[in-house]
Design a protein around this ligand. Sequence first.
Ligand code: ZN
Length: 131
Amino acid sequence: MTAATRHDPAADRPAISLAAWRGARLLCPACGIGRLFGRYLKPVADCAACGEPMGHVRSDDAAPWLTILIVGHIVVPLLLMVEQVTDWPLWVPMTLWPAVAMALMLAVLPRAKGLLMGIIWAARAPGSEPD
Ligand SMILES: [Zn+2]
């Protein structure tokens, strides 16, 4: 086999950064066209646009970890800043901040999972366990 005919497995996948960006936008890391999730957090088995299998890519607990990291770094400083300048009755912050945190969590979690799935897919580390 010559160098010209040798298959380079890394050449047929986009860079990890591009795959991560596509995943964070909830798109297939391979083509950037097909949807990555069929439902809220359920990956499609295969990309509808390019056919790349995605159902076996597992991010496990990394997505909730990243979501907590991001949402915590938004909500806690915001809460502390607002609490310095307001004098709300106790029920207001006790209602507002959990609702803000929940809304952000619901928005960030699929994007964090998509980003991590893009990285995992591009790095060829699907996390599949043998049966
Ligand atoms: Zn695709």
